[in-house]
Design a protein around this ligand. Sequence first.
Ligand code: MG
Length: 155
Amino acid sequence: MRVGIGYDAHKLVEGRQLVLGGVNIPHEKGLLGHSDADVLLHALCDALLGAAGLGDIGRHFPDTDERYRGISSIKLLVEVRNKLNEKGLRCGNIDAVIVAQQPKLAPYMDQMRDTIATALQIDLSAVNIKATTTEGMGFEGRGEGISAQAVAMVE
Ligand code: MG
């Protein structure tokens, strides 16, 4: 059994679709990035790669690579799953927290969990996602960005 941790943060800007956990979420701003900037899935990819001893997302999917421009991060997560499978590893469970002042994420949690469980080919009960605000403190609290942290166990 091995564990890994992941962290990511992206800037909130106008004119971008907000995508978290592979789910399109209605909001007046979205996250800026080379891919769809899905901060939750990026943290999750890093946690899985970390648990497998495979480095990080930047090493496997560099933001200088045009192939990854605007790509759905679900595709990156599936590629990470394949890299783990190649090493004979499989995700046991994941836990994650999204740090965002707005929007309210509770209505989208089940859809995010379902999307992630499908991508990782694991049971829904092995995918836990939480969300918190920072009570107005820091960049997340001021609505300048959203961050996410994830822990993954692989076996
Ligand atoms: Mg990122």
